[in-house]
Design a binder for this molecule. Structure first.
Ligand SMILES: [Fe+2]
Ligand SMILES: [Fe+2]
Ligand SMILES: [Fe+2]
Ligand SMILES: [Fe+2]
Length: 406
């Protein structure tokens, strides 16, 4: 089916999920987008070039899923393993039709200028990649330098100029120096100003038509980013989506509802990107604060997805996957009447998929063992008995669906 969407709004919302990996600092991608756009404007590039830089800035770290990698990238100027996220970002963007054109720039967004200038790729890719690299490092320096604003600015200039011609192109440094002369350049890096800047950009975007397959590819890309966060959750979102779709068909949902169900299931754990790796991979019992940070992920998924006009239902369904019919679930403690069938399906699929995977605190279960747990939960008024009934008829197929990859 066809979906009418403002694409800027879609990318903006999903980039919020990428920025969540910063945990307490969730504006890195947006700052890079803003600074790159302002430098390109100062250098006299056209609107299309600048517009692409905003997308690139917001998506540039899509290859980063773990909080550990994020920390390493923002707390030092260079890091030995930085190429991993460039290659992964390239791979994710390359297989997503609507993002394919950004893949090359992301591949080279940590390549030094002295090397990049001699590589046989088009000039535009080189400039965009090196500009993203430059402002990305400016943002990393901001996080590292603990000085009053004016001194911090001077220290950033000093370090950037030290790498002129080697890390960064002289021309691009010139544009950065010019753009950042204005006091407003630095004020715009503050959270609320930055949001305002990008809201305006987003609101100027037009509404266009997209096919379900195009949107599904983007959802698959983000599901992949979420699943990569922990070795224990590999393929989890894909398995939940595939099983949800199977159960949705069995339940007789129409095509549009099945599409909504699949997108919501692919994106249900988007909010997990904000959880510290140590909490997600902890072998022992979580303490109260850790449990709270884990439990809020359905809420964060909702917060991100509801920013896309036309995605309200997807946001709602995604956020309800830890609600239980007895009103004891989270984050909203909804009662059964307020939990739609699609959300009940995702909840069942989510638990089943998790049970048949290894977790840091237990081994993977067989289909029968997992099903028994789900039946027990249905008997206790937590899960929908009818949905569980749909599983029982064909447990082998259910298992195959839940372990399937994208
Ligand atoms: Fe990066
Ligand atoms: Fe970055
Ligand atoms: Fe979850
Ligand atoms: Fe999940």
């Amino acid at each position: 089916m066809i979906y009418k969407l403002n694409f800027r709004e879609v990318v903006y919302a999903l980039s919020e999920a990428l920025d969540l990996v910063g945990i307490d600092d969730i504006y890195h991608g947006k700052r890079v987008a803003f600074m790159a756009a302002e430098c390109a404007f100062a250098a006299g590039y056209d609107e299309e070039f600048i517009d692409e830089l905003i997308y690139l800035g917001m998506l540039h770290d899509c290859g980063v899923s773990t909080t550990d990698m994020h920390r390493n990238l923002v707390t030092r100027l260079e890091w030995k393993d930085e190429s991993i996220h460039c290659e992964r970002g390239y791979m994710l963007l390359h297989k997503t039709k609507l993002f394919e054109k950004y893949a090359d720039v992301i591949y080279y967004h940590h390549t030094h200028w002295e090397e990049l200038k001699n590589i046989h790729i088009d000039e535009k890719t080189k400039i965009q990649a090196n500009l993203i690299y430059l402002v990305d490092r400016v943002d990393a320096l901001r996080a590292q330098i603990d000085l009053p604003p004016e001194q911090m600015k001077d220290e950033i200039y000093r370090i950037i100029l030290e790498h002129e011609g080697t890390f960064f192109s002289s021309e691009l440094i010139k544009s950065f120096l010019q753009a950042s002369k204005k006091a407003s350049f630095w004020f715009f890096l503050e959270d609320d100003a930055l949001e305002e800047y990008l809201y305006e950009w987003k609101d100027m975007g037009s509404v266009n038509e997209y096919t379900y397959d195009e949107l599904r590819e983007i959802a698959v890309m983000f599901a992949d980013i979420v699943d990569t966060k922990s070795p224990f959750t590999a393929q989890h979102s894909f398995g939940v989506a595939s099983l949800s779709l199977y159960l949705g068909k069995k339940a007789g949902l129409d095509r549009r509802s099945l599409e909504t169900l699949e997108l919501a299931a692919l994106l249900h754990d988007l909010g997990k990107l904000r959880i510290d790796d140590e909490v997600l991979n902890k072998p022992g019992k979580l303490n109260v604060d850790e449990r709270l940070s884990l439990n809020r992920h359905g809420f964060d998924s909702d917060l991100i997805l509801r920013k896309i006009k036309g995605f309200k239902k997807i946001a709602r369904l995604a956020s309800l996957h830890h609600e239980t019919l007895d009103g004891e679930g989270y984050p909203y403690r909804l009662k059964s009447d307020d939990i739609p069938l699609e959300a009940r399906i995702i909840a069942v699929s989510d638990i089943f998929q998790a049970l048949i995977q290894n977790r840091p605190y237990r081994e993977a279960m067989s289909a029968v063992e997992a099903f028994e747990i789900l039946s027990g939960m249905a008997d206790n008024g937590k899960l929908d008995k009818e949905v569980i009934g749909l599983m029982q008829e064909n447990l082998e197929e259910v298992y195959d669906r839940a372990v399937v990859s994208a």
